[in-house]
Design a protein around this ligand. Structure first.
Ligand code: IMP
Length: 218
């Protein structure tokens, strides 16, 4: 079946995560779309109880599309660590939940990942391989959905380095680079500075490139 294109100039971005909103706004910029985030519109945050990135991405995108009557784009993403059997994976945000329920602490989450790597004596770059995964889902109010997956491979460093970006960026060193995502400007994390054209560097930029090619006109 042919991929459904995005018509109209407004795109609902189905996320309440400010780091993701900023990156998606950057990526959408060149397409002249007006992005409105679910957080900004005061939409409720649906419960994510799927066990795949695709399932959670659909839950978020469809809930925002139904509430607004407009197509909505969601991002479900996470960090998958080889030595931990792909964990934290779809539970990446949950690993940052503070025990007292008062919000998220990503330094604590990065420490948790590091503690588990140390429990396996994972000290060589080979043993510390990880990837970031992002699945973008564009859903319409009638329930139709399209999916786009981007991944970026790298190794986890310790201690964390840099204060840019969000989430687990300070421990993720993408393959072929000597700076973590936390040490990169947004444009470099997107892959725009390296002249990669439409391919991108980060998992989100790569998924977005597939989405843009399939559904958007520049
Ligand atoms: P979810 O997609 O809302 O389940 O959350 C995914 C979690 O993965 C985020 O809260 C971040 O902690 C992490 N994550 C996803 N993408 C990135 C990224 O680009 N940099 C750092 N952390 C990320």
């Amino acid at each position: 079946m042919a991929i459904r294109k995005l018509e109209g100039k407004t795109l609902i971005v189905a996320t309440h995560n400010k780091g993701k909103v900023a990156e998606i706004a950057d990526l959408i910029g060149p397409y002249g779309l007006e992005a409105k985030s679910a957080g900004e519109l005061g939409l409720p945050e649906p419960e994510e109880n799927g066990d795949t990135f695709e399932a959670n991405a659909y839950t978020k995108a469809f809930s925002a599309a139904k509430a607004t009557g407009l197509p909505a784009l969601s991002d479900d993403s996470g960090l998958c660590v080889d030595a931990l059997g792909g964990a934290p994976g779809v539970y990446t945000a949950d690993w940052a939940e503070k025990p007292d329920g008062s919000g998220r602490d990503f330094m604590m989450a990065m420490q948790k990942v590091e503690a588990q790597l140390q429990a396996w004596n994972a000290n060589s770059p080979e043993d510390r391989k990880a990837r970031f995964v992002a699945v973008l889902c564009l859903a319409w109010p009638d329930g139709h959905a399209e999916y786009f997956r981007g991944e970026v491979e790298g190794v986890l460093v310790w201690p964390p380095r840099g204060t840019s970006g969000f989430g687990y960026d300070p421990v993720f060193l993408p393959d072929g680079y000597d700076r973590t995502f936390g040490e990169m400007e947004a444009t470099e994390k997107h892959g725009w500075e390296a002249g990669r054209g439409d391919l991108g560097l980060s998992h989100r930029a790569r998924a977005f490139a597939l989405f843009a090619t399939a559904c958007l006109e520049k």
